[in-house]
Ligand binder design. Sequence first.
Ligand code: MG
Length: 392
Amino acid sequence: MLASYAARERNSRGRLFPEEAPFLRSEFQRDRDRVIHSSAFRRLEYKTQVFVNHEGDMFRTRLTHSIEVSQIGRTVARALDLNEDLTEAICLAHDLGHTPFGHAGQEVLNDCMRQHGGFEHNLQSLRVVDLLEEKYAAFPGLNLCFETREGILKHCSRVNAALLGELGNRFLNGTQPGLEAQVANIADEIAYNNHDVDDGLRSGLITMDQLMQCRLFHKHYSGVIQHWPGLERRRLTHELIRRMINSLAVDLINTSRGKIASYGPGTADDVRNAGEGLVILSQEMAEMQQELKLFLRANLYMHEYVKNMTRKASEVIRTLFSVYSSQPDSLPESMGGNISAEGQVTGQSVFYRRIADYIAGMTDRFAIAEYEKHCGMHDERSRFFDNRTSRL
Ligand code: MG
């Protein structure tokens, strides 16, 4: 059933540590299952997508975001005769390295790590599956297949890519990842653009009137209102978002089919050497999606309320980094307390990397609890995250 250019386990570049073939499952199903059983995956439940976890139970978290990405990714992969299991594994794992408090957390941690190699959340996702998960006796991490790891590493600086061997090559020589990775990448964008519209409307920070300036929203709004004038607001919102996701997914499938057919790859490696991505939206749809993205950036992510939470989140991360750096004994033994003495004398970068790993792995609420513990409950700053005042 798979296209000749889909990823196949018999052509896989394999795992870092060779293992027996799985019984009854494919190699990529095994990868997906390993991701689901990882502790980093469970912690996504309490990590911010846009709204901090305690702001309301109805908003997306990194966990529900990852599941929505996977749902869109699987649909597209199946329609294109690609490897659905691999696509699902990549989608579910793509945000495993995300810090608490979303992008604010990652930017501050990168800033704190400036002298020590920096911090990239994509690279951190790879670090989680390659190194940080402690699940197996025989190897560190989850020992996933090359193709899954290739998909997880969406972006990477040239400096870091040079340290990654075969996996980093494409960032140095401009080749493409496999089609399953390309699907996961665009599924991520489709998912967050649409669920952020939903969460933005629910929060009241953006309005339908404002969204009318986005062609994609306007087009579907007109269509729905024509058929169901006076539709109740909540059903209207969901009907609109459902139609937007569907139109993006259908466009992606049709345009990619045409693009793949015109390039005519025979194998997955032909795809890697195609010189450009083959999983793409039509130009018109890409422009409409970009419009939506810019709208969300200007009106939701840069909204004063969200920016205020971002400032508080930055303060938490910055404070924790400084506390752990200056008082290594405050780190739990498993996360670097035991290397503190050695780290201060010799392996400085190892020491700071452990701190970054520890902070990046935290959930929002654990980071806030650590912050309150180290700053004192009565410190003015610890009231930053008072649930009663910050809840939407
Ligand atoms: Mg994502």
